[in-house]
Design a protein around this ligand. Structure first.
Ligand code: THU
Length: 233
């Protein structure tokens, strides 16, 4: 893997400015992060969120952040939050990124519940987990991750999508989502806007706390959605 190949995984149809970073955990596991723009500016997922949260969502602690030589300076907030060592390097010398692809679970609700041990929810105490289907029967997990700066956190759904795109999977097939509390599991407005850009008519399986399951699509949950394609075509 070199920077050019990794940067090509970024989803930047609006600015055409691809960005990537690599996170190494304190046990030496390596995670990719790429920028994922959204037609709605502030919903853009940065390469830092993608890489750092991808690492944390796998239960690993980020330790080093690698960027290419011409990359802008890393915002101090990310360096401070996880005491990261920033390394500018031309070459990426890793054998492989950590394997984050999961087989289809026998029981979605129980695997989703187990995943919630990886949530970092010190502010809300509201655990959310999901499994994004990236190829038939293959999944990438997401859990919600918070910082004391609330604005920097990211929902489970967007973390799963960021992990998938950074690993080169661009065709999400479905998403299975649960939360431990509440009456009706319902992706937030920001997640709806991001999911509608990547998988408007794919199924969202919602596992409600009363053990019922309902099926919807991002488009159904965001009527008359703003279509990013109107900008790029
Ligand atoms: N959250 C999700 O992970 N997904 C959603 O769709 C709704 C909200 C998280 C974000 C935050 O960590 C907590 O739930 C409360 O908003």
């Amino acid at each position: 893997m070199n920077w050019t190949d990794l940067q090509q995984r970024a989803y930047v149809p609006y600015s055409n400015t691809p960005s990537a970073c690599v996170i190494e955990s304190n046990t030496g596991k390596v995670y990719a992060g790429v920028r994922i723009e959204n037609a709605s500016f502030p919903l853009t997922i940065t390469e830092y969120q993608a890489g750092i949260f991808g690492c944390l969502s796998e239960g690993e602690i980020p330790s080093r952040l690698y960027i290419p030589p011409a990359h802008p300076n890393v915002p101090q907030v990310w360096i401070n939050a996880y005491s990261l060592e920033v390394i500018r390097t031309e070459e990426l010398k890793f054998a492989a990124f950590a394997d984050i692809v999961l087989e289809e679970p026998v029981s979605f609700p129980s695997v989703l519940r187990e995943l919630q041990s990886k949530c970092r929810i010190q502010e809300s105490n509201f655990p959310v987990s999901c499994l994004l289907e990236i190829e038939p029967g293959k999944f990438i997990s997401g859990v919600n991750i918070e910082l004391s700066d609330w604005q920097l956190g990211l929902c489970a759904e967007r973390i799963a999508l960021a992990k998938a795109v950074a690993m080169g999977f661009n065709e999400a097939l479905s998403i299975h989502i649960t939360a431990a509390k509440g009456d009706f599991i319902s992706p937030c407005g920001a997640c709806r806007q991001v999911l509608v850009e990547h998988m408007p008519y794919k199924t969202m399986y919602l596992y409600h706390p009363d053990a019922t399951l309902s099926e919807h699509t991002p488009a159904e949950f965001l009527p008359a959605f703003f279509n990013g394609k109107s900008i790029t075509t």
